[in-house]
Design a protein. Structure first.
Length: 304
């Protein structure tokens, strides 16, 4: 797709998004982000698409930050799927294989953004290196897209999810992709979302599937927040056989709960069947049935 900082056309595939981010750095220069800012200032410019970007700035502008137009209609599910896969691939490359878990972060998405930002901040990092990473990530993303929409594995999104929906989605994902004990989110030889993964990563994938679009209805966000909190707490309590102390502040409580899931799933010899059974056993008895959107057909934008 043609690059232009003024364009209101947004990429709907991860490969196009990553190539656009690379072209944006080539056109605007590279800001390493070590002064703590998201973009480098350019005189009195305030429009994000015209600032000198760092790694996250280039990704965000490529995804539409400062470039959306009210005169256009956008395919937001495809846009957000492209953004998620783009972040997954570039974060894996920045981490040198697969992103390791860090339970101090309550959200894998935000931690992946930090991994990319940290890579860009390393001393001596050049724009040419950033461009090369984005170009390589674009090639990886194309292969990952093909793996995600293979026949027989249509991706689905959860709509108005319950706790039971989230845990069932995680169980089904583990059964499909396989379980991999350890500290890495997924098998470094595969792609995030389709490779064998840890128990915690499967839960994080389920929460991605349940998360509404930013412009979603209030009811969607209320359902998501309740399901996200409940799924993590109930799973941890099932694994430990009793209540988990979450009386500390929210960040510390999240760290404890996520650490519990990571440790249990990471026990040597922990099987895929055991992990899937644990997800289902943790679900409330009165959970509603899974309510999902229509499956995405092969060739359409996959959900990650």
């Amino acid at each position: 797709m043609r690059y232009s900082a003024d364009s209101t056309v947004l990429p709907t595939t991860a490969a196009d998004l990553l190539n656009w981010a690379a072209a944006h750095i080539e056109a605007r220069g590279f800001h390493d982000g070590r002064n703590g800012e998201r973009f480098g200032h350019d005189g009195h410019t305030t429009t994000t698409c015209l600032l000198r970007p760092g790694m996250l700035g280039a990704l965000d502008v490529a995804g539409g930050d400062g470039r959306r137009s009210s005169a256009r209609t956008y395919d937001y599910p495809a846009l957000y799927a492209a953004q998620r896969l783009a972040l997954d691939t570039v974060a894996d490359l920045a981490a040198g294989g697969a992103v390791p878990h860090d339970v101090a972060w309550s959200d894998e998405h935000q931690y992946r953004r930090f991994v990319v930002h940290r890579w860009g901040m390393q001393d001596g990092r050049t724009g040419a290196e950033a461009v090369a990473l984005f170009r390589e990530a674009a090639e990886v993303a194309e292969r990952a897209s093909a793996a995600a929409i293979r026949p027989g594995r249509p991706p689905v999104r959860l709509h108005l999810p319950t706790v039971g929906d989230v845990l069932e989605w995680a169980a089904a994902h583990v059964e499909d992709a396989g379980h991999l004990p350890g500290e890495l989110t997924h098998d470094p030889a595969g792609y995030a979302g389709t490779a064998a993964c840890t128990m915690l990563h499967a839960l994080d994938r389920a929460l991605v599937a349940a998360k509404p679009d930013p412009g979603g209805e209030h009811a969607s966000w209320e359902a998501y927040r309740a399901a996200a909190r409940g799924a993590l707490r109930l799973l941890a309590e099932h694994l430990t056989g009793g209540p988990v102390d979450v009386s500390a502040d929210q960040r510390e409580a999240s760290r404890r709960l996520r650490g519990t899931v990571l440790m249990w799933g990471g026990m040597p010899g922990r099987s895929t069947a055991e992990v899937a059974e644990a997800f289902r056993a943790a679900a409330p008895v009165a959970a509603d049935g899974v309510d999902v959107e229509e499956p995405v057909e092969p060739g359409q934008a996959a959900f990650f």
